[in-house]
Design a protein around this ligand. Structure first.
Ligand SMILES: NC(=O)c1ccc[n+]([C@@H]2O[C@H](COP(=O)([O-])OP(=O)(O)OC[C@H]3O[C@@H](n4cnc5c(N)ncnc54)[C@H](OP(=O)(O)O)[C@@H]3O)[C@@H](O)[C@H]2O)c1
Length: 293
């Protein structure tokens, strides 16, 4: 079998166009655009290039982008004051705090200072908690609005747009971070999959992976998941983004896996391409919610 390649890049382009249309409508109604403020302390190269990528995609969709880049020497108090200002600023609908933060700044203190209504990265405990509490699909919501981290939201969107049935399916998520594995597991659970979460202490990881109809990898270990760990016909969503020699690879050994899987995301060009557009979607949604109040 040769798997269907789930082209996240093409899908992200389609979604970016959809968002640009929705933004144009929003602007017509409101005469301003949804806006994100990105906060950074220091010049971590990955954060710098991620912020540039966010700026490019926001500007293309005619959404507002502002960067607050504080010097490496900035303290927790300075960053907290900035977050407080942005919480109160009606022209800012979404806030994203880039990590890593320098030593001496406690990420949890900064994150918890952010208004959950503007936490478009879905990292505030109120948003994570609401995702954990949310009712399964088809039941009354029972939980107020929340934001989901963009990367797992992108993985779910790939599954949804390819009409992958999740109800009753066995899903395995490798990785339990707060921005990838855990929210992905909760989102799959919300869609009525039966979910197993694996991590670095999981015993017989290969055997657990082999049980998966839907296998999601977010471990950050280059090509750790081998072709013979995959159940024939499984859908594989690879969040991994790892440097191997001179190229970027996922957590899944793509060449071997695509001969076994039914569908698979490539790296690059799979889940990574989706993250940005899901962040844009969250900012548009934040602006709508704030206006509805
Ligand atoms: N597509 C995107 O846009 C996007 C966005 C964010 C991240 N990523 C990529 O996704 C990957 C994960 O990122 P992250 O931020 O979630 O990483 P992380 O915080 O380092 O978490 C990695 C998780 O994988 C688990 N793990 C590590 N080694 C393992 C092993 N040998 N067997 C089983 N589980 C193992 C860890 O287990 P423990 O909890 O036991 O330590 C942890 O839960 C990275 O490659 C990252 O670059 C992609």
């Amino acid at each position: 079998m040769t798997a269907v390649i789930l082209d996240g890049r093409a899908l992200a382009k389609t979604i970016a166009e959809e968002i640009a249309n929705e933004v144009a409508e929003f602007k017509q109604e409101r005469s301003f655009a949804p806006a994100i403020a990105v906060l950074r302390v220091g010049e971590d190269p990955a954060s710098v290039s991620y912020a540039k990528m966010i700026r490019r995609s926001f500007e293309k969709a005619e959404m507002e982008f502002e960067l607050h880049a504080l010097p490496e020497t900035a303290g927790e108090g300075e960053l907290l004051a900035l977050v407080t200002d942005l919480n109160a600023d009606e022209d800012v609908h979404g806030i994203m705090i880039q990590e890593p933060l320098p030593q001496g700044i406690r990420p949890e203190v900064i994150i918890e200072a952010m208004s959950p209504d503007k936490d478009v990265d879905g990292v505030h405990p109120a948003n994570a908690g609401r995702l954990a509490q949310v009712a399964p699909a088809g039941r009354p919501p029972g939980v107020s609005g929340y934001f989901v981290p963009a990367t797992p939201a992108g993985g779910m969107e790939i599954l949804r747009r390819h009409a992958v049935e999740l109800k009753g399916k066995r899903a395995v998520v490798v990785g339990r971070s707060n921005i990838v594995g855990k929210p992905m597991a909760l989102l799959l659970l919300r869609e009525n999959a039966t979910v197993t979460i694996c991590h670095s202490r999981t015993v017989n990881l290969d055997a657990v992976c082999r049980e998966a109809d839907i296998l999601c990898a977010g471990a950050g270990r280059a090509q750790m998941i081998k072709g013979d760990w995959i159940k024939p016909g499984a859908v594989v969503i690879d969040f991994g983004f790892n440097r191997l020699g001179d190229k970027w690879v996922g957590d899944v050994d793509f060449e071997a896996a695509k001969e076994v899987a039914g569908m698979i995301t490539p790296v690059p060009g799979g889940t990574g391409s989706m993250t940005n557009v899901m962040l844009m979607k969250n900012v548009l949604e934040a602006a709508r919610r704030q206006m509805a109040r």
